[in-house]
Design a binder for this molecule. Structure first.
Ligand SMILES: Cc1cc2nc3c(=O)[nH]c(=O)nc-3n(C[C@H](O)[C@H](O)[C@H](O)COP(=O)(O)OP(=O)(O)OC[C@H]3O[C@@H](n4cnc5c(N)ncnc54)[C@H](O)[C@@H]3O)c2cc1C
Length: 723
C-alpha cells in the first residue's frame, strides 16, 4: 500500500490572480521562487505579456522595442509551474467563488487577487468610444500605436489630436513628436486641454516647464478646448470649433472596467473596487484587490503604477499570512510620490510634492529604475553547455511534455514489432469487424490551462482516427490528476472534460465513458481511446509521381523547450497554442470526400519518422525527397533552431530514423535538420497527391486551410532524401 508520505505537494486551495498587473506580477514571482505547500496558483490574463507602464513613454519615443517593455508572462508561468489561462474575465461572482470567462467555463477560486487595471473613460464624449484610439488598457497600446503610425505615414495631412493634457496626454504628445520626427512623418500634433492647464495634477513649476517644452517642440497646445463629440472626421469642441482629424487619441480620465458592473463586489462612487488598508476587498476575507482598479477607504490615491508596485510587496505577504491564518500587514500609501515624466532629447521632469526639476540626469535615473524593474521579472538562460546527443530522453535535464514525453521509437520497435513494421498505423481495424477502427493517445500537460489541455488532448487523439480516413464515433477518456483534495479534482475534471467535449463535438464524436486516477506527479495526463467507422473499403489509388504536402506548421516541442530553457520569448507560445487548439475536422472532411489514402498524422515522433511510416504502409511508394527549407516552421521554432535548442525526445527520434535518411549535407542548412525529429503535439497531416488529385488542393484553398508543398515521391528504395 502507498502511504501519503510519498505524495508530493497535495493541492488543497486555489489562488487565482486576475490580471498580471504591477502587483500580481510580484505574487507570481515570489510564489514561483518559494511556493506555498498546498496552494496552487493560476493567473488569468487577456494577454501573454504584462506591459510595464514606466517604460511606455520610452516605447512611444521609439527607444525601446515592445518586447523590452513587457514582462514575459508565458515564460514566467512555464518556468515557475503556475497555471496560465489566457482569456477575458467578464464577471466575478463572489457568492459562488467563481470567475466568469469569455467562451469557456468559469473558474473556481478559494483566494482571489484582482489587479486588472482600468480603461480610458470614453462615456463622457459622444462618439469617442467608436472613433478614438485609447491609452488604456495599456496592453492595447501597441495595436493602437501601430495603427496610428501606419495611418499617418500615408495620410500626410491628417492632424494627430490628443484629447487630454494630463501626465499621460502630455507625455504621449512629446514622445510621438520625437518618434514621428525620426520616421520623417511631418503631421501636426495638437494637444487639447479642457481648461488652461497642462499637468494640472502637479505643482505650478511642473506646469511651467511643461508649457515651455511644448512651445519648443512641434506640438500645438490648445487650451479651453473641451471636446464634446468625436466623429470619424473631426473633433467638436464645446465652443463649436471643429478640428478635422482621423484617429484622435483619447487621454482623458480613466474609468472602471465594464466587468465590475456585472459583478457583485463593493464599489466606490467612482466605480472602483472598495478595499481596506490590508488590501482585502471590504467585507471579504478571501479577495484582494490592488492597483488602478481599486481604491482604499479613506485615501484619495492617484491612478499610477508606482502604487500598484508598492502594493505588490504587501499583497505577497498578506496572501501568505491569510493562508497561514496570521494577522495581515497594512499598506500605507506614500503621501508624496516621485513622478518622472519624459520630455524630449533625453530629458525628463521629476516631480515630488512642491518640487520639480528637469534634465538629462533625471531621464538617465528613470531609465535605470525602469530597467531594474523589468530585469527583476526577466528570466535568463545561464546554461552555456551545448546539448549532447542524448538517446535516453529521461537523462535530459529538461523534460518535454505532450508528445515530447513518449517512450522512444526504438523501444516500441523492439516490443511492438508487428505494428511498427507495417508503419504504425494511425488507427487500426478492430478484428472481426468490417470497418470499425480504433486508436488511442495520451499526453502530459503541454499547456497548464486545463480547459485548453482538454481541447488539445482530444484534438490530438482525434488526429489519428481522422488521418486514417475514419469518421469518429465515440471516445473513452483516461485522465490522471496530480495529488489534490476532492474539490480540486472536481474542478480540474470539469475544465478538462469541457475542453475535451469542445474538440470532440467539432468532430461529431462523443465521450461515452472513461477512467481516472491520481498520480504522484505535478501534472495532468489526459488521453482518449476513439473508435470510428470507415467508408466501405475503396482500393487505394496507386501513386507514382506524387508530391508531398503538410498542413499547418511544425516545431511545437522546439518552441516549448526553448521557452522552458529561457532561450526564446514566451510570446512565441501564442502561435503554437492557437494552432494546437484548432480542429482538423474540416481537413478530414475533404480527405474523406475524395477517399484519400496516403495520409498520416504527424503528431508524435517527428516528421521524418512519420514520413517513413508512409513508405512502410504503402507498397506503391518507393521513396521520398523532402526539401528542408520548404518545411513550414513556427516562428519560435526558427529561433529555437538558430539557438541549437532541441526537444528531449529529439535524439532518440533521430537515432531511430537516421539510417533511413540520405541527407545532402552540402545543400542544407544543418541548423534546421532537427526540425525533422521534433515531436509534434496536436499537429497537422502529411499527405501525398498525384497530378490527378489537384481538386483536393482546390478544396483546401476554398476552406482557407494552410498547407505547404515540401517534397516528392522518388525511387529511393524506402529511403528519404533530405535536400
Ligand atoms: C502613456 C502612459 C504612461 C504612463 N506612465 C506611468 C509612469 O511612468 N509611472 C506610473 O506610475 N504610472 C504610469 N502610467 C499609469 C499606469 O499605466 C497605471 O497606473 C498602471 O498600469 C496600473 O497598473 P495596474 O497594476 O493597476 O494595472 P495594469 O498595469 O493596467 O495591468 C492590468 C492587467 O490586467 C489584464 N487585464 C485587463 N483586463 C482584463 C480582463 N478583462 N481579463 C483578463 N485580463 C485583463 C491586462 O492585460 C494587464 O495585464 C502611465 C499610463 C499611460 C497610459
Amino acid at each position: 500500500m502507498n502511504t501519503n508520505k510519498n505524495k508530493k505537494n497535495i493541492i488543497k486551495k486555489d489562488l487565482v490572480l486576475l490580471g498580471a498587473g504591477h502587483s500580481n506580477i510580484e505574487v507570481l514571482k515570489k510564489f514561483g521562487t518559494k511556493p506555498i505547500d498546498g496552494l496552487r496558483l493560476t493567473v488569468i490574463s487577456n494577454s501573454y505579456f504584462s506591459t510595464y507602464s514606466g517604460m511606455l513613454p520610452g516605447y512611444l519615443k521609439g527607444i525601446y522595442d515592445w518586447k523590452e517593455i513587457n514582462i514575459d508572462l508565458a515564460k514566467l508561468c512555464r518556468v515557475y509551474g503556475h497555471r496560465l489561462i489566457i482569456s477575458n474575465v467578464i464577471k466575478i461572482d463572489t457568492k459562488n467563488n467563481l470567475v466568469f470567462l469569455e467562451n469557456r467555463p468559469s473558474i473556481n477560486y478559494d483566494y482571489l487577487s484582482i489587479n486588472l487595471g482600468i480603461k480610458t473613460d470614453s462615456s463622457k464624449i459622444k462618439g469617442a468610444e467608436k472613433n478614438c484610439l485609447k491609452l488604456k488598457p495599456i496592453s492595447s497600446i501597441k495595436e493602437n500605436f501601430d495603427k496610428l503610425l501606419e495611418f499617418n505615414k500615408v495620410n500626410k495631412n491628417n492632424d494627430i489630436v490628443i484629447i487630454g493634457a494630463g501626465a499621460a496626454g502630455f507625455e504621449v504628445a512629446l514622445a510621438l513628436d520625437e518618434n514621428l520626427k525620426r520616421r520623417n512623418i511631418k503631421n501636426n500634433i495638437i494637444l487639447l486641454s479642457k481648461n488652461s492647464s497642462v499637468l494640472n495634477q502637479f505643482n505650478k513649476k511642473a506646469e511651467f516647464i511643461a508649457k515651455n517644452t511644448l512651445k519648443k517642440c512641434n506640438v500645438k497646445f490648445l487650451n479651453n478646448a473641451e471636446v464634446v463629440m468625436v466623429t470619424s472626421n473631426y473633433v467638436l469642441l464645446k465652443d463649436g470649433r471643429k478640428i478635422f482629424c482621423k484617429l484622435p487619441i483619447l487621454a482623458t480620465n480613466s474609468g472602471p472596467l465594464d466587468l465590475l458592473k456585472k459583478s457583485d463586489l463593493p464599489l466606490t462612487k467612482n466605480g472602483s473596487i472598495l478595499i481596506e488598508s490590508n488590501l482585502l476587498v471590504s467585507g471579504y476575507n478571501n479577495i484582494f484587490s490592488t492597483g488602478d482598479i481599486s481604491e482604499i477607504k479613506a485615501y484619495n490615491m492617484p491612478k499610477a503604477g508606482v502604487f500598484a508596485v508598492k502594493q505588490g510587496k504587501i499583497l505577497v505577504k498578506n496572501i501568505k499570512k491569510l493562508y497561514l491564518q496570521k494577522k495581515l500587514s497594512l499598506y500605507k500609501p506614500q503621501k508624496y510620490f516621485l513622478s518622472i515624466i519624459g520630455l524630449q532629447n533625453n530629458r525628463a521632469l521629476a516631480i515630488k510634492s512642491i518640487f520639480s526639476i528637469k534634465g538629462q540626469l533625471i531621464w538617465n535615473i528613470k531609465k535605470y529604475i525602469d530597467k531594474k524593474f523589468i530585469e527583476k521579472y526577466t528570466l535568463y538562460n545561464k546554461d552555456n553547455h551545448p546539448q549532447d546527443n542524448q538517446s535516453e530522453p529521461v537523462l535530459n535535464q529538461m523534460q518535454c511534455k505532450g508528445c515530447g514525453s513518449k517512450i522512444p521509437q526504438s523501444i516500441l520497435n523492439s516490443v511492438f514489432k508487428e505494428n511498427t513494421i507495417k508503419g504504425s498505423l494511425d488507427a487500426d481495424k478492430v478484428p472481426n469487424t468490417k470497418n470499425i477502427f480504433q486508436t488511442t493517445d495520451i499526453i502530459s500537460s503541454i499547456v497548464s490551462d486545463p480547459f485548453e489541455l482538454g481541447n488539445i488532448s482530444a484534438k490530438h487523439a482525434l488526429n489519428d482516427i481522422l488521418a486514417s480516413n475514419t469518421k469518429p464515433l465515440a471516445a473513452q477518456m483516461i485522465v490522471s490528476l496530480p495529488p489534490a483534495i476532492n474539490e480540486i479534482n472536481k474542478r480540474d475534471l470539469i475544465q478538462l472534460k469541457s475542453g475535451a467535449d469542445y474538440a470532440m463535438k467539432q468532430a461529431t464524436c462523443k465521450i461515452i465513458g472513461g477512467h481516472s486516477y491520481n498520480n504522484n506527479d505535478d501534472q495532468v495526463y489526459l488521453g482518449f481511446s476513439i473508435i470510428g467507422k470507415k467508408k466501405n473499403y475503396v482500393k487505394p489509388q496507386k501513386i507514382k509521381k506524387g508530391k508531398l504536402y503538410i498542413t499547418g506548421k511544425i516545431g511545437s516541442a522546439l518552441v516549448f523547450a526553448a521557452i522552458e530553457k529561457k532561450i526564446i520569448s514566451g510570446m512565441y507560445s501564442e502561435e503554437v497554442v492557437n494552432t494546437m487548439k484548432k480542429s482538423n475536422y474540416e481537413i478530414f472532411k475533404i480527405f474523406n470526400k475524395f477517399n484519400m489514402q496516403h495520409i498520416t498524422d504527424i503528431s508524435g515522433f517527428g516528421l521524418a519518422i512519420h514520413a517513413h511510416n508512409l513508405l512502410l504502409r504503402h507498397s506503391d511508394l518507393n521513396g521520398l525527397e523532402i526539401s528542408l527549407k520548404k518545411i513550414p516552421l513556427y516562428e519560435g521554432a526558427i529561433e529555437a533552431l538558430n539557438n541549437n535548442v532541441k526537444s528531449s525526445l529529439n535524439d532518440s527520434n533521430k537515432n531511430s530514423i537516421i539510417n533511413n535518411l540520405r541527407v545532402d549535407y552540402k545543400k542544407i542548412n544543418t541548423k534546421y535538420l532537427n526540425c525533422l525529429f521534433d515531436p509534434q503535439t496536436a499537429g497537422g497531416f502529411l499527405f501525398i497527391l498525384d497530378a490527378t488529385q489537384k481538386r483536393i488542393l482546390d478544396e483546401l484553398d476554398k476552406k482557407k486551410i494552410n498547407y505547404s508543398y515540401i517534397g516528392r515521391v522518388t525511387n529511393s528504395r524506402k529511403k528519404i532524401k533530405i535536400i
